[in-house]
Design a protein around this ligand. Structure first.
Ligand SMILES: Cc1cc2nc3c(=O)[nH]c(=O)nc-3n(C[C@H](O)[C@H](O)[C@H](O)COP(=O)(O)OP(=O)(O)OC[C@H]3O[C@@H](n4cnc5c(N)ncnc54)[C@H](O)[C@@H]3O)c2cc1C
Length: 393
């Protein structure tokens, strides 16, 4: 056997999973198709990740926060959800959450860089970069991966952390529910003329949704979702046109807005694997659950799942069990399903409701915002999901 565990994909999920197990002494191979230079200095990809308190705490425990300068961590103090041009908003106040802020914002490339830095120093973590996995198979004693070029490696357990388009998941015959929204997400960083007061805005216009999330230095992260047929029109705007258009769609709340850097676009597809494990094999991160970004939970759930599986493996080591055995993998599967399924289904339902432009959908949206504001338990449920601190009683 070459290794105890082979992880396919050194994105944030694969790296944090390896880091969570680093001190167990397990021999772990982490295989990534990108070059090491990209992992060490990932380029800015437009994604600013909204983190819950739980994720912030976990990233602290794994050492990632020590690698991220304070000025690169912004706070989300409060949040508002708006429906079209209606002045009525659903408010989320940090005081109701029993915290100084609802959540945190960190750029995805900073998370990736920090995850690489906290993982690379361990002698038992063998990072192989510039290597693509082209085959995976398992039997009741071991798992085997094949690299492009033909080299084969074996381990007691194979983990796929190779994105929502996971080929390893397909190669292991695990089906996944896929929901193609036919929409595109355009993200960028912008400067704002007026103060944002560290408030996140989610504006559901009928043709587009526009999220504006606070960043330090009065910058904001802009997340636009639109029909994919409009993608090229928006990407083709000049910086000045894009700035004016976004400021107008944000109802001039931020005054003039100017683009910093360039626009990045992502096709919107939600993916939910029908099982998170198979024989000596498990899925983590987006390979297990690829969320629509509107509720900003993809990475929060990915990190939680990586830690849940790492705990199961530590438990197996503790009790002298088999780290690739079905009982621990099944426990992870059940727990992660419980943690993710309601949010996944709820997010998809919300997306459908807020993109339909018929009268029943408009009425349902209006009712939902009012219910959210006036029905305590509904608001508490959303607040607990936003913060994951369980302080909202
Ligand atoms: C626009 C946008 C905004 C988002 N905002 C938020 C947010 O606010 N909050 C939040 O919690 N989440 C957010 N997310 C989700 C978050 O970005 C993802 O959940 C997270 O990045 C997934 O990490 P991962 O490691 O699972 O996958 P990835 O980051 O996709 O990494 C997969 C890795 O596997 C490698 N790989 C793939 N195939 C192979 C192979 N065959 N061999 C070797 N290596 C391979 C890839 O090169 C890559 O490095 C957002 C996502 C998007 C698109």
């Amino acid at each position: 056997m070459d290794y105890d565990i082979i992880i396919i994909g050194a994105g944030p999920a694969g790296l944090c999973f390896a880091r969570a197990l680093a001190e167990t002494g397990l021999e772990i191979a982490l295989i990534e198709k990108q070059k090491e230079a990209v992992l060490a200095a990932p380029p800015y990809d437009g994604r600013e990740i909204a983190l819950t308190h739980l994720s912030h705490k976990t990233m602290g425990e794994l050492g990632l926060l020590d690698k991220i300068p304070d000025e690169d961590i912004s706070l989300i103090r409060d949040a508002q959800v708006l429906n079209g041009k209606s002045p009525y908003a659903l408010y989320f106040d940090h005081e109701d959450a029993g915290e100084d802020n609802l959540g945190f914002m960190i750029s995805n490339h900073m998370i990736r860089k920090a995850a690489y830095e906290v993982t690379k120093g361990f002698k038992n973590i063998h990072l192989m970069t510039g290597k693509e996995v082209s085959g995976v198979e398992t039997d009741d004693t071991q798992g085997q991966i094949t690299l492009k070029g033909g080299k084969k490696l074996t381990a007691k357990l194979i983990i796929a952390a190779d994105s929502r388009f996971s080929q390893a998941r397909d190669m292991m015959g695990i089906s996944a529910s896929k929901l193609d929204f036919g929409r595109t997400c355009i993200v960028c960083r912008m400067g704002s003329e007026l103060p944002h007061d560290y408030t996140a805005y989610e504006c559901f216009h009928y043709d587009r949704t526009l999220a504006i999330l606070p960043l330090n230095n009065n910058n904001v992260s802009v997340v636009i979702t639109l029909d994919s047929s409009e993608r090229e029109d928006v990407l083709g705007l000049s910086d000045a046109e894009f700035g004016r258009d976004t400021a107008q769609r944000a109802e001039e709340r931020f005054g003039a807005m100017n683009l910093i850097g360039k626009l990045h676009s992502y096709p919107l597809m939600a993916v939910y694997a029908n099982s998170f494990y198979a024989q000596r094999f498990a899925l983590i991160g987006d390979a297990a659950v690829g969320m629509h970004p509107v509720t900003a939970h993809g990475w929060n759930l990915g990190l939680k799942g990586a830690c849940t599986l790492a705990s199961e493996i530590k438990e197996a080591l503790h009790t002298g069990g088999d780290i690739g055995g079905a009982s621990h993998l099944r426990r992870y599967h059940l727990q992660h399903r419980k943690n993710t399924r309601p949010l996944y289904l709820g997010t998809n339902a919300l997306v459908k409701l807020f993109t339909k432009d018929n009268i029943p959908a408009r009425m349902a949206r209006r009712a939902l915002l009012r219910l959210g504001n006036h029905i305590g338990p509904a608001k508490r449920l959303i607040m607990n999901q936003l913060t994951e601190n369980n302080k909202v009683a």
